[in-house]
Design a protein around this ligand. Structure first.
Ligand SMILES: *Cc1c(COP(=O)(O)O)cnc(C)c1O
Length: 380
């Protein structure tokens, strides 16, 4: 009974949380749909409860719709988009595999870093930030490096460019290469046909065009990718993200691996239900129409976009910072005066652009009108 006396140093009497009503128009997170927030706050059931198993099944089916795939292995990973990115590489890469990565933005560099940590022999193809790879460049890269995996970022959130994917898998498969695609800022916002385009491995996030808070991240492998993973000579060198074990939790065996984030699965289910309710084609069209309204408004203010119109991403626009304007001051003023979040540029584009997201629930004309008006005031 002789405990030491309680140390009171860190006994913080913090006020009850009261966060500001920010409109999140940056590169993510975007605002969650109110129905998603409502689903998140529901009481828990156990992670092996029959009701939860049904929710897991629903999420797998709904994810297949959102991705336009029949891949059996389609699950949400417990973690943010980067966890699903890491899961793809931890499982897909074996030590010594040549992995070719398209480097035309920040997330390509993250792929390089992760692939190296899993023992890949990384090769890169480069384009300036804001540009995309042509089929000829991809063919040349495949012919030169003969990689086991080619990794491309479909929607580069750091540049606002959309990498065309049609025809890429056909080339990959001629070289026995698997195509890995980052679809974090495209899933649910930009046309994406995983099976029709032959993509072998893909991951995404919940907090961009799906309008669910960060914390759960879709991942899918087709049979070709599963073949490579199930025939690995060595164990997956990451316990938490080992899909050969997690597959038995999400599959029929329901073998405990780790406790699924119950409420995040509720939230994702509601977010994906919203996608199915609206319809994918309608949702893509809404993202495009909202983006076009924004691009027109920018042009009428004399502002220009960094990415050429044909490769511009509807979900994220990089706007050039006009000569003599302090880009950071604009970001701060929008937040402090109007509760609007946008972001500055990263890497090669630091100080040169603002990154403005119109994703999921936030992709609405009223947000465009509000943002343009606020931007006009702040730029005065
Ligand atoms: C946001 C993002 C990620 C990482 O997702 P987190 O949720 O931040 O971990 C990966 N790739 C792209 C293209 C992204 O936009």
């Amino acid at each position: 009974m002789h405990h030491p006396s309680v140390n009171q140093t860190n006994r913080l009497f913090a006020p009850q949380l009261n966060v500001s009503p920010r409109l999140l128009l940056g590169p993510g997170p975007s605002n969650a749909h109110p129905r998603v927030l409502q689903a998140l706050s529901m009481r828990q059931v156990g992670h092996l409860d029959p009701e939860f198993l049904q929710i897991m099944n629903d999420n797998q089916v709904l994810l297949r719709y959102a991705w336009q795939t029949d891949n059996k292995f389609t699950i949400p990973v417990s973690g943010t988009g980067s966890a699903a990115m890491e899961a793809t590489l931890a499982n897909g890469v074996e030590r010594g595999d040549v992995v070719l990565i398209g480097l035309n933005g920040y997330f390509g560099h993250r792929l390089v870093d992760m692939a190296q940590r899993y023992g890949a022999e990384v090769r890169t193809m480069m384009r300036p930030w804001g540009e995309v790879f042509t089929l000829d460049e991809i063919r040349a890269g495949l012919a030169e490096h003969r990689p086991k995996i080619l990794a491309l970022v479909h929607a580069e959130t750091s540049t606002g460019a959309c990498q065309p994917l049609e025809g890429v898998a056909e080339l990959c498969h001629q070289y026995g290469t698997l195509l890995l695609v980052d679809s974090v800022t495209s899933l649910g916002g930009v046309p994406l046909f995983l099976d029709a385009w032959g993509v072998d491995m893909a991951y995404s996030g919940s907090q961009k065009c799906l309008s669910c808070p960060p914390g759960i991240a879709p991942l899918t492998f087709n049979e070709r990718a599963m073949d490579k993973i199930m025939n690995r000579a060595s164990q997956v060198p990451n316990w938490y993200l080992d899909m050969t074990m997690l597959g038995r939790y999400w599959g029929n065996e329901r073998t405990y691996h780790h406790t699924a984030p119950i409420n995040m699965n509720y939230g994702l289910r509601e977010a994906l239900r919203l996608v199915a309710e609206e319809g994918l084609a309608e949702r893509w069209a809404r993202h495009r129409a909202t983006a076009e309204l924004f691009w027109e408004g920018l042009a009428s203010m004399g502002l220009s976009c960094h990415v050429a119109a044909e490769h511009r991403l509807p979900s994220l626009t990089t706007v050039r910072v006009p000569e003599g304007v302090d880009s950071k001051a604009v970001v701060v003023a929008l937040r402090e005066r109007y509760n609007i979040e946008i972001a500055g540029g990263l890497g090669e584009l630091a100080g040169k652009v603002w990154r403005i997201g119109l994703m999921g629930f936030n992709s609405r004309a009223e947000n465009v009108v509000l943002l343009l008006a606020a931007l006009k005031e702040v730029l005065k």
